[in-house]
Ligand binder design. Structure first.
Ligand code: HEC
Ligand code: HEC
Ligand code: HEC
Ligand code: HEC
Ligand code: HEC
Length: 216
């Protein structure tokens, strides 16, 4: 039988097959890299806020306790957000008439909460609980970074599933003594966790990495 395709056509076909495969692999690789990169997770990107609230001033300089504004962080799933009243404990005196603080006054007048933009929201199918972490010695700084130095609040961690699991596989090196969970710039001082804590997490690792712990 006569040759169906010329030798040249066969070469071109083979070459384009190879190139095509390379392109697909490249695109997949790029997709993988970008899906894992910080920018995809909005790390370091501030969100527009109704009031230019500054943690560096209120937590850093004025040293107001995190719990003054995020009242349920030790017990509940949600950390809780401050009401306009909470801000007004000071701002009915300090900067009382400032136009910057107008959203506080209208919040009180209309009896509507201030609409802060979240920078940390997980998808609805993932379950998180602040109390479970904070009460076991996982610090704000570990997951949220140096909030006390932020003029604008940003994410410092991806909050991806891989990030959660990295810790859940072996939380012990990330734990602090209970009195240090609100501390910023904390140094471990070579204090080892007691053996009973280590044993507890060796036993708990199965539970902490099972799907229905975070997807219920
Ligand atoms: C414990 C007191 C206190 C509380 C509570 C408080 N503030 Fe302040 N705030 C201050 C002080 C003090 C200043 C600094 C005033 C100055 O430097 O002139 C300030 C400054 C500000 C400024 C101006 C920042 C700038 O750019 O200089 C804004 C905006 C502000 N606060 C918003 C808020 C909001 C919103 C809340 C509630 C979530 C709040 N504050 C709660 C004491 C407080
Ligand atoms: C005076 C009140 C106040 C204090 C004290 C305070 N915060 Fe906040 N926090 C706010 C307000 C208001 C917002 C919303 C605006 C913003 O994101 O900056 C916020 C937002 C946040 C967010 C982002 C929330 C989201 O929806 O993504 C984190 C994380 C946070 N605070 C952590 C802390 C930590 C950690 C401390 C203690 C070091 C602290 N805050 C102390 C008022 C406060
Ligand atoms: C183990 C990691 C971790 C620790 C520790 C942690 N957070 Fe969070 N935080 C998160 C995650 C994840 C979210 C997003 C939760 C969601 O969308 O369900 C979040 C959200 C928030 C929010 C937004 C409101 C909310 O609850 O959704 C605030 C405010 C906040 N954290 C403050 C704090 C403070 C203050 C501390 C320390 C006492 C703290 N967090 C400790 C991981 C952590
Ligand atoms: C730095 C370490 C660390 C990170 C990061 C972390 N966790 Fe945890 N998580 C813990 C520890 C420690 C516990 C407490 C385990 C215990 O003692 O039962 C816990 C407990 C939990 C529990 C309660 C489990 C139960 O059975 O009671 C849930 C749900 C959870 N984590 C979800 C998450 C999610 C979702 C993320 C990521 C957004 C996350 N965690 C990130 C350390 C971490
Ligand atoms: C420690 C908490 C935790 C555990 C355990 C966990 N996940 Fe997740 N998972 C998350 C969080 C947080 C997200 C949302 C962030 C993201 O997409 O990475 C997520 C996202 C997902 C997604 C959506 C991913 C995407 O790219 O859209 C799937 C599917 C999923 N998880 C399946 C699983 C399965 C299957 C298991 C058990 C083998 C599991 N998860 C265990 C926390 C967890």
């Amino acid at each position: 039988m006569a040759q169906l395709f010329s030798r040249r056509a066969t070469t071109v076909f083979r070459a384009s097959l190879v190139l095509g495969l390379v392109a697909v692999a490249g695109a997949a690789g790029l997709g993988y890299v970008s899906s894992r990169s910080d920018s995809t997770w909005n790390v370091g990107k501030p969100a527009p806020q109704p009031i230019p609230f500054r943690h560096d001033l209120h937590s850093g300089t004025l040293k107001i306790d995190c719990r003054f504004c995020h009242v349920s962080v030790e017990k509940a799933a949600d950390a809780g957000m401050p009401s306009a009243q909470t801000c007004m404990t000071c701002h009915s005196q300090v900067w009382a008439g400032a136009s910057l603080l107008e959203p506080l006054r209208s919040s009180l007048a209309l009896d509507q909460p201030v609409t802060w933009t979240s920078v940390h929201r997980l998808p609805a199918y993932a379950f998180f609980h602040h109390g479970a972490h904070v009460s076991k010695g996982v610090a704000c700084e570990t997951c949220h970074g140096r909030v006390d130095q932020m003029a604008e609040t940003v994410k410092t961690q991806t909050l991806s599933m891989g990030w959660c699991l990295d810790c859940h596989r072996d939380p012990v090196p990330h734990l602090r003594p209970q009195e240090a969970v609100f501390t910023m710039d904390w140094k471990p001082h070579d204090r080892d966790m007691p053996e009973d804590v280590r044993a507890f997490y060796r036993a708990a690792s199965q539970r902490l990495t099972s799907c229905n712990t975070c997807h219920r």
